[in-house]
Design a protein around this ligand. Structure first.
Ligand code: PMP
Length: 380
């Protein structure tokens, strides 16, 4: 049986148009972009064209884009730079990706810098009263993601940016889950840096970028040949960069079509679950305007998420646990915990995320498999 993949927030299949754009840079053109002869100049042109593509889609100057090995590195680059830039507290929202939270924790622990947290409400949206409290601490860094990867909640980046515009506070936005799903384009005034990743938008893994406003200086994490204006040494991943540029442009150009497809998949899935009489609860914003389409964090009462995930895997459906697995036992998801979800319902929750290129009908199919697995295998 054909498998149904429902974990696009973890990684999405590469778009064939992206692969086509990348192929010449893997097969034929072997130049190093730092070389001055024709092969090198050709590779340099490809890197700069991709930079222009991304910069144009974001309406920012191309020189402010730095290519990295992915969003994890882009997030670290921003956070370490913010740490060097200002003296105050390092503040991150409670629902940030581990690549933000672990970097902030590391810096706090190793330097004795105070750390602050922005609280979220029960829908997984940052609380503005918590922001005002954090601003009293005179923070050096505020890290707030554009869209949460587990529950799909859209964060009020514009409102937060307005509060810090013109100040010395470094506002970093992890925008990995926003492109191609949320109406998020040009970073508003007040945002200092923003990270993106290739493999969440139909591009390759192992490539990402950091946009950083030129008034906020990047402090390099690697030293060497001075690539990327000295901000990120190391020979550029030319094929990856070309793929990221193409994937990024397509995600912007096809935004409404992608949103429509994600909404259609989500609603056919929910309709089929209801039709089959499956008992479930949804975490995250109740209003569609506050969440991206296609990301569902669901609790099936009485069934551990881990058991459901394993049973569905055996029956050809891939879903994910929001919770991290450490030392063999599932841990409650910190995101759901921050939203006030108790331990048992937390452990009974799973994440289902559709993809923009996924065939219609797969939502209905998956709902049927979930119904059968719950009824026949897990006796729910
Ligand atoms: N931030 C968010 C919100 C993510 O979902 C991910 C991917 N899981 C990352 C950062 C890390 O991106 P990458 O895999 O490119 O390092």
């Amino acid at each position: 049986m054909k498998r149904v993949y429902l974990d696009h927030n973890a990684t999405s299949p590469p778009d064939p148009r992206v692969l086509l754009a990348m192929e010449p840079w893997l097969r034929e053109h072997c130049g190093n972009p730092s070389s001055l002869y024709a092969e090198g100049r050709l590779a340099r042109r490809a890197v700069e064209d991709a930079r222009d593509e991304i910069a144009q889609a974001m309406a920012v100057p191309a020189r402010e884009i730095t290519f990295t090995s992915g969003a994890t590195e882009a997030n670290s680059l921003a956070i370490f730079s913010a740490h060097q830039h200002g003296r105050g507290t390092l503040v991150a929202s409670a629902i940030e990706h581990p690549s933000i939270l672990a970097a902030v924790k590391h810096l706090g622990e190793s330097t004795g810098r105070p750390i602050g947290t922005l609280a979220v409400d029960e829908a997984g949206v940052v609380r503005l009263d918590s922001l005002y409290e954090a601003l009293e601490l005179n923070p050096a860094l505020l890290a707030l993601m554009a869209v949460n990867n587990e529950v799909g909640s859209i964060q009020p980046i514009d409102a937060v940016a307005r509060q810090v515009a013109g100040s010395n506070i470094w506002l970093h936005v992890d925008a990995v889950q926003a492109w191609g799903k949320a109406d998020f384009g040009t970073p508003p005034p007040g945002v200092s840096s923003l990270s993106i990743s290739g493999h969440k938008i139909g591009g390759p893994k192992g490539i990402g970028a950091l946009w950083c406003h030129e008034e906020f200086p990047i402090a390099a994490l690697f030293w060497g040949g001075g690539q990327e204006r000295g901000r990120r040494a190391g020979t550029e991943n030319v094929a990856g960069i070309v793929g990221l540029g193409r994937a990024f442009r397509l995600a912007r150009e096809e935004l409404s079509a992608r949103q429509a497809r994600l909404s259609a998949l989500e609603s056919e899935f929910l309709v089929a679950l209801h039709r089959n009489g499956v008992n479930f609860e949804r975490h995250g914003p109740a209003t569609a305007a506050l969440r991206i389409p296609g990301t569902l964090n669901l609790r099936f009462p009485g069934v551990r998420g881990e058991r459901l995930m394993i049973a569905l895997d055996l029956d050809g459906v891939a879903i994910s646990l929001g919770s991290a697995c450490s030392s063999g036992a599932a841990e409650p998801s910190p995101v759901l915990r921050a939203m006030g979800v108790e331990k048992l319902p937390n452990l009974e929750s799973v994440r289902i995320s559709f993809g923009a290129t996924q065939a219609l009908g797969e939502g209905t199919e998956a709902a049927q498999v979930i119904h059968d697995v719950l009824r026949l295998k897990l006796n729910s």
